[in-house]
Structure formats: C-alpha cells, structure tokens
Design a protein around this ligand. Structure first.
Ligand SMILES: [Zn+2]
Length: 154
C-alpha cells in the first residue's frame, strides 16, 4: 500500500492540463510500477488507488485520513444513480479541486462529463461496491448511504 498523505497545495500538476492530480488519479511518481514522470494524468482514476482510498478510508484528493462529513463529487448522472466513481474526500479538498478544475472543458478524472456538469455533495457514510464479472463497467463505485446535502461549491 502506498502511504502518501499530502496537502492539496503539494499535489503534482498534470503536465497537459495544468491542474492538480488528486491521489486517486495516482499523484505519486517514482514507484516501481510508475516511473518518474510517467502516467501523471488527471484524465483517469487509478483503480488501485481508488480501492486503497475506500478500504483505508482516506481522501481521494489528498490521501490522508477522512473525518466527517465526507464529500463526493461527480456528474449529475452519478448523483442520480447514487454511484460515484471518485472516492470520498474531505469537503475542503473537494472544493479546492473543483475550483482548480473550473476551467477544464473536457471530461477528466474518469468522468463522462466536464467539471462544469459536476455536483458536490456530502454524506456521513458510504458503501464501496466492487463490480461483478458481468458488469460492463468494471470500475468500483461508492454509494453514499445516508441523506446527502448539496454543498456550496467553494
Ligand atoms: Zn483531503
């Protein structure tokens, strides 16, 4: 397991999009399976990191331990389905990330839509659901299991 708690300001930057790359997208370079400078991208989530976030209850943005409330962000469709792909985050981290991504006009972080379409919500707990073999979308999802509140964007 990678232990990499860090603060938002220290997140590495996507060389192409010039936005911070959150923990769940694989911010740490230099691991054996991730050579220096390789694979540093905000476009997709790292499935191993997503699972680590869920099982260790750490923030998908900064990689340190979660408290409450938990924040989830994603497309309106994810909210409608109560199935988020990006791991739970600190509310402050989620707000900082969304602010940093405000000018990105293409789908990133494994989402189907650009950040302008995303919603930010808070909850107290969630279930982590791994995909079944027969699922078309094999990515694990996070299902908030208490009442969500829509959080202010920043
Ligand atoms: Zn955080």
């Amino acid at each position: 397991m990678d232990a990499a708690p860090r603060v938002f300001a220290d997140l590495p930057s996507d060389p192409e999009l010039s936005v911070p790359v959150p923990f769940a997208a694989g911010p740490d370079v230099g691991y054996a399976d991730r050579p220096e400078g390789a694979g540093l991208s905000a476009r997709h989530l790292d499935k191993r990191r997503v699972t680590q976030c869920a099982l260790s209850r750490i923030c998908g943005v900064c990689g340190s331990s979660l408290g409450r409330p938990l924040a989830f962000f994603g497309s309106q469709r994810e909210l409608d389905r109560m199935a988020f792909h990006f791991p739970a985050s600190h509310l402050e981290c989620a707000q900082a990330l969304l602010a940093a991504y405000a000018d990105v006009d293409e789908p990133v972080l494994g989402q189907d839509t650009a950040p302008a379409d995303w919603v930010l919500v808070t909850t107290a707990s969630f279930e982590f659901v791994r995909a079944n073999k027969e699922d078309l979308d094999r990515r694990p999802i996070f299902q908030p299991n208490s009442l969500l509140t829509t959080a202010p964007p920043g």
